[in-house]
Design a protein around this ligand. Structure first.
Ligand code: THG
Length: 266
């Protein structure tokens, strides 16, 4: 399981303040804690800075790449900010995210071809958000064939079937899991990713919902999760699920995780 640490998101007030005041200490700490907990990418989202987004993203990327050994996930819908970010990033970044909308694809393809990042593509197109898992699969197929025609390396692509809050629509968790299963079955070579914490917006005990949802998603074939690696339940769920699903030879990762994190017997 690939983990994208989500904590440096400008939708969180503490992160927004730190970005506005160039608080190096705070940003470094939030990033390094996530790396230490096992994040393979650190997501940096500066969207809430609005017209000040580009200088802020540039500042954060330079700072983070000085102190981290993992690459960044650059999380912005703004084409200019994405371009500026990829230009500064050393090594292969994760572009978060593209959609199947014609206009956005056209805007982003030259940037993708120039910098060759890994890419997250959200599973919707000009017709809006899919309403059934069959529609999700159809959109995923269409997007993948479009990217293939553009000679994008499909090994670099992650499909994101968009997790929506169960507080708004109680069927959205189930729809996501069904979509994931269909995408994995029909497009087995394409990697899948999801923003796990979206599922619990506005509800009590978010961490419980988040790590339980991640367990279910791993069973349905999820390859990568945008999540909070400091939520102990998240890491426990990943290690336990992988062990139980036969994805952990000799249970090496599970036993190592337990030794490192849990001095108690259970
Ligand atoms: N797909 C892709 N990118 C994404 C999302 C997605 N980026 C943004 C978002 N969704 C994923 N990131 C977050 C970041 C923070 C929170 C939710 C999603 C959040 N955090 C809580 C807080 O700060 O209060 C804490 C959550 C917790 O304790 O686990 O709500 O879907 N491609």
């Amino acid at each position: 399981m690939i983990i994208v640490g989500e904590r440096l998101n400008s939708s969180r007030q503490s992160v927004l303040n730190a970005l506005r005041t160039n608080d190096e200490q705070f940003i470094i700490q939030e990033a390094k804690k996530q790396e230490k907990a096992g994040a393979n990418y650190i997501d940096i989202n500066t969207a809430a800075l609005l017209e000040k987004e580009i200088p802020s993203l540039e500042w954060a990327i330079l700072l983070l790449q000085r102190v981290l050994s993992v690459p960044l996930s650059i999380d912005t819908p703004n084409k200019e900010a994405m371009k500026a970010g990829l230009q500064l990033h050393k090594g292969q970044a994760l572009l978060n995210s593209l959609t199947g909308e014609t206009k956005r694809l056209k805007e982003f393809l030259p940037i993708i071809k120039a910098f060759k990042p890994k890419i997250i593509i959200l599973c919707f197109d000009d017709n809006g958000l899919p309403k059934t898992s069959d529609q999700e699969l159809a959109v995923a197929r269409k997007i993948i064939s479009l990217l293939d025609k553009e000679d994008i390396n499909l090994e670099d692509v992650f499909i994101d079937p968009l997790v929506r809050p169960i507080g708004v629509d109680q069927q959205s968790g189930k729809l996501f899991l069904e979509s994931l299963e269909k995408i994995k079955k029909n497009l087995p070579k394409i990697k899948t990713i999801a923003g796990i914490s979206n599922v619990s917006f506005g509800l009590p005990k978010r961490r419980l919902l988040n790590h339980t949802f991640l367990t279910l998603a791993i069973q349905s074939g999820l390859d990568a999760a945008i999540c909070d690696p400091l939520n102990k339940g998240i890491l426990s769920s990943i290690k336990a699920s992988e062990a139980l699903l036969g994805k952990d030879l000799y249970l090496k990762k599970y036993l190592q995780f337990i030794r490192q994190n849990d001095k108690k017997s259970d």
